[in-house]
Design a binder for this molecule. Structure first.
Ligand code: MN
Ligand code: MN
Length: 397
């Protein structure tokens, strides 16, 4: 480009900007009575306006309830696993969940996950886990009901039942695309590898591998392992993969409680938080949202009514029973009510080690009455008896 052309371009750019300003000024002058708008300092430009939001313009809100315990299990010799991934449960893009059941004497074989960390809450029975991190540090821990584990993405682990009772637990993964059908299991790898390669790798004759299984064993049956046969090698709490939820200070009100382990209480659990929430009959976990995390529920006891607000005129209400799963996307407003006659209890997880929330009661309590009056188009005295702060879990008065 020569200098003459460049000057020409700059000139037309300046003219262009001037032309736009002139047009905007002309629009203001030409439409003085346009709904009164042109009398204000900030005038609307001429042309079509979006006068209202079109609800059909955005995707309908997907279902946020799925029956995990009602789904088809993956069954092998020593137990089973049922899963809720984004494949079966479309909305749950951030968190996948599993209910895994190990018979006495069974082990969930050595494996790792390429795309997700694993968080667990033990429901019943006893088990031991092995975990090996990339620095070569291993940990062996025994678990019972109410204990949590957390295995970072890609770290090797296995789970083995201790004693003569089954062990089952809820697993949550920080990626909705995670599937139990896609874990990296060592039997799978070994059976896909030529025996010459295995012999070279392990330094043993290749016929050693003649008796190895063909394909993935996944959860393998075996002789019962007595508690006396098991030795733990726990790491210090700052580096441990185990946390007992009993050690978490509950957030408790007259309506119920939440025991939650974030990365603050359970430092290993960098990518997830989780715990157990209990609501008394009639209690409500008040309307709120999480600015930083998706939320996932597995219902243990009772009957819940959950409301989910998805913006753009979209909202859904659903009832949850034991064995059901809920998924509440990041930022979506929600509330939980115990609508049954017994306590409501649920496992609750988030795909962040940091817990954040904003409640609607807190938001209204923080807002000046003149703003609320204008916002809702009602007299400001309407808000005189509204809660003056967040109640977390509230009993109706
Ligand atoms: Mn795993
Ligand atoms: Mn929530």
């Amino acid at each position: 480009m020569n200098n003459v052309d460049r000057r020409g371009l700059l000139g037309s750019a300046v003219l262009g900007a001037g032309g736009l300003m002139t047009l905007a000024g002309a629009a203001r002058a030409a439409n003085p009575g346009d709904g009164g708008i042109a009398r204000h300092a900030v005038a609307l430009p001429p042309g079509d306006k979006v006068v209202d939001h079109d609800n059909t313009d955005i995707e309908a809100m997907p279902e946020f309830k799925y029956s995990l315990d009602g789904s088809k299990p993956k069954v092998t010799s020593g137990g089973w696993a049922k899963e809720a991934t984004a494949h079966q449960f479309k909305i749950s893009t951030g968190i996948a969940g599993v209910h895994m059941f190990l018979d006495p004497g069974a082990s969930r074989e050595l494996h790792w996950h390429a795309i997700a960390a694993e968080w667990a809450y033990v429901l019943e029975g006893q088990c031991q886990t092995l975990v090996l991190d990339p620095s070569g540090q291993r940990e062996l821990n025994s678990f019972g009901p109410g204990d949590l584990w957390y295995f970072p993405k890609g770290h090797a682990h296995a789970i083995q039942t201790i004693g003569d009772r089954p062990c089952h637990f809820i697993l949550a993964f920080d990626n909705g695309s995670f599937s139990e059908h896609g874990t990296f299991s060592v039997t799978d790898w070994v059976s896909l590898t030529p025996k010459e390669m295995l012999a070279a790798d392990f330094g043993v004759p290749k016929d050693v591998f003649d008796g190895f299984p063909k394909g993935e064993t996944y959860i393998m049956a075996g002789p019962v392992l007595a508690a006396a046969d098991v030795t733990d090698e726990p790491l210090p709490s700052a580096r441990s993969h185990k946390f007992s939820l009993d050690a978490a200070t509950p957030n408790e009100t007259d309506g119920g409680s939440l025991r939650l382990a974030t990365a603050q209480e359970f430092p290993m659990s960098q990518g997830m938080s989780g715990g157990v929430m209990t609501l008394k009959p009639g209690a409500i976990r008040e309307m709120h949202w999480h600015p930083n995390a998706n939320e996932w529920h597995y219902y243990l006891r009772g009957t819940a009514q959950v409301g989910l607000f998805g913006s753009g005129g979209r909202g859904k209400i659903a009832e949850f029973k034991p064995g059901d799963v809920a998924y509440l996307p990041v930022g979506y407003g929600h509330a939980i009510r115990n609508i049954g006659k017994e306590d409501l209890e649920l496992v609750i997880t988030f795909d962040s080690g940091v817990y954040q929330e904003i409640s609607l009661t807190g938001l209204l309590a923080a807002s000046p009455r003149y703003l609320l009056s204008n916002n809702f188009g009602v007299p400001d005295s309407t808000f005189a008896k509204f809660a003056s702060k967040s109640g977390f879990i509230r009993m109706p008065t």
